[in-house]
Design a protein around this ligand. Sequence first.
Ligand code: GAP
Length: 514
Amino acid sequence: MVKQEDDFKKVISHAKEYGYVFQSSEIYDGLSAVYDYAQNGAELKKNIREYWWKAMVQLNDNIVGLDSAIFMHPTVWKASGHVDAFNDPLIDNKDSKKRYRADVLVEDYTAKIEAKIDKEVTKAEKRFGNAFDKKQFLETNPRVVGYQEQINTILKRLGKSLENEDLVDVKNLIEELEIACPLSGSRNWTDVKQFNLMFGTKLGASADSAMDLYLRPETAQGIFVNFLNVQKTGRMKIPFGIAQVGKAFRNEIVARQFIFRQREFEQMEMQFFIRPGSQKEWYETWKEKRMAWHLSLGLGAENYRFHDHEKLAHYADAAADIEFKFPFGFKELEGIHSRTDFDLGSHEKFSGKKLQYFDPELNESYVPYVVETSIGLDRMFLAVFSNSLVEEELDNNTTRTVLKLPAVLAPMKAAVLPLVKKDGLPELAQEIIDDLKWDFNVVYDEKDAVGRRYRRQDANGTPFCITVDHQSLEDKTVTIRHRDTMEQQRVAIADVKAIIHKEVDMKSWLQRMA
Ligand code: GAP
């Protein structure tokens, strides 16, 4: 646990030190769970967004994009169920006065049991070496099986109580598990209460005429209310999808773990409109497609898993998370939800407008069903960033900190380094930059010895360093150093662009999804 916490602290401080993520309004001591993306962070975020958008919109001829407003008519949120049901169960500790999400307290408890399973696995791996069969071990080791049963029983009961709105039982569960406040150590809890997560605001100048609005807690509703507009103007035929990326806002009770859970964040969502009855098939298809997108980035298949929901949101008939192994354990990265006709049906009722599709093949009109994929851009950022940050032991007994970002996502693709600050080397380096910058983000760095500059670019996540030396002036060659292998090659300046392109080209990365 300590190791996990240390690793996570390193991630947070590295993100700050290298210009990726800053606390919002830091000079005023910050604002809790609100973050700013700095010069490198904004680029990484933009690249992830583009990687998602291309996979969704550009590569699927039946998916189109949308950019709807954050402000929406307040009835949208009544119809969507968010006014009545977008709640988290909260509980206060009477001694520390600290507020918690009751379900998170229970889930943290089960995460500790899961950590025990991981420990048993690590021990067994060491004991059995190459002969170790993890699957068999997890299924047969009595201690592990016992732990897993414990987890399942607890989560099942939590899911059921939340589904039935039985908040008394949620409190009973916390008491039975003897969960203590991490701050005060006491078990002196209040009752569990529901808390609505939407932020309210007002539209209009005068107090009498102002209209109460909400900041959208998900981008999906902008897609639903535009369903017919897009279908008609785009002449879309079912099945088809609408994708959008945008800000969402939630007044999270437990906002912690850096950018994992924020009050203002960005979502990348896609609603796929289908015939009623075909939802199971499309749900499975989108689970598979989304996992393939994640795996294409090469962060390691072992770092992902599906988690089927016990407790379904008010709109879903099936739901699963793609969980990622963050530095604090496996947690939700993306949700895939079979939303039925709940949203469109409800908007029909509340708006009095028909939101139906005439299916020429069936010769009938219906309210389409929807399968949604919904991923947090900030969470994806954290997944990529934390997974990429490694401390490497080198042969000469030193270590290096390297941010092994997938090259396609790296903010800077190359750094151009003149070996010395004289003899015309800076000028040649600048010429190379002037040529490369039309294709990639490149950076110039002339400060410190070249070894230190390499380390700086390693820590920054830059996949290539191009060093210009005296030989470069004579034969128009440079050395190109690869971040991950540290290998250096002497290549013609004329070939540099093609070498970088080969590694960072989005097409070849996205083709790995197939
Ligand atoms: N439209 C469906 C929906 O909003 P969700 O599971 O509540 O579903 C989808 O959210 C994704 O949005 C999550 O998987 C997560 O990646 C991201 N997300 C949700 N709340 C977040 C928060 N407070 N901070 C950062 N990301 C968040």
